[in-house]
Design a protein. Structure first.
Length: 257
């Protein structure tokens, strides 16, 4: 692949992913759904590595929605324990590779133990700048907008701002991810084609990419294919998606750091 082709790849600054298909992946192998969630954690690690190498600034992963509490109690319990163990095990690696961790969502729903672990991980990685990893946990897009509106209403009640000062910009400043650019690309694995109450405000102008790959099988080639598709949507430069995908795989903007 020539340098010209590599230069023509349009890399998104912010990628959001709905990681769907863990349960179905496990069931297709005769395993319990919880087995799929553990396998999905490996795919998370691969996605983070890929995003960092390619110079993506923010990666937002939908780990647990506010609706997921309705799943079987055992599955929810395993998910919470997996979240805790991954935080403990991976945070030092994230810090070593200059990845900043941020958890978005309503933390009040988590145990005090998990809340403390989240705060500890965020504090440790707060100064890192290579990649911001946002984990959406107990998150819902409607909740996000609602809590932003409540904060603005409180400011109006305290006469800090006037009602007429509530604009798209002021509301956006109260949302989760307010400190980052909105997602350029949303990827959803697992074959479903819906947003599922994820980043409803922030995804207003994002490109949407849906694939049939179940999340545990989502590797760097699949990630590259999604970015190649994103890159093609505005500017093809006469190239095919396959050529762009190969260029993405060959380009490591932050390799060796």
């Amino acid at each position: 692949m020539s340098e010209l082709h590599v230069a023509q790849v349009r890399m998104p600054k912010h990628v959001a992913i709905i990681m769907d298909g863990n349960g179905r992946w496990a069931e297709s192998r005769g395993k319990p759904r919880t087995f799929g969630h553990k396998a999905g954690a490996e795919a998370v690690r691969a996605a983070i590595t890929f995003a960092r190498k390619k110079g993506i600034e923010s990666l937002t992963l939908f780990a647990f929605s506010s609706e997921n509490w309705n799943r079987p109690e055992q599955e929810v319990s395993v998910l919470m324990e997996l979240f805790m163990s991954v935080l403990k095990r991976e945070v030092s690696k994230l810090n070593k590779h200059e990845v900043r961790l941020k958890v978005i969502g309503d933390r009040a729903g988590f145990s005090e133990r998990l809340q403390k672990q989240i705060a500890k991980a965020e504090q440790l990685t707060a100064a890192n700048r290579a990649l911001t990893l946002n984990i959406a946990a107990n998150y819902g897009g409607r909740w996000d907008i609602c809590q932003a509106a409540q904060r603005l209403a409180e400011r109006v009640a305290q006469q800090q701002i006037a009602v007429t000062e509530i604009t798209e910009a002021t509301l956006a400043s109260e949302l989760e991810l307010a400190d980052q650019a909105p997602p350029d690309l949303l990827i959803r694995t697992g074959g479903e084609q819906r947003i599922s109450n994820f980043l409803l405000w922030q995804l207003a102008y994002a490109e949407l990419y849906f694939c049939d790959i179940l999340w545990p099988d989502f590797n760097e080639n699949a990630f590259a294919a999604a970015i190649a598709d994103y890159s093609c949507r505005e500017r093809r430069f006469g190239l095919t998606s396959a050529q762009l995908q190969q260029a993405i795989l060959e380009t490591d903007q932050k390799a060796g750091e």
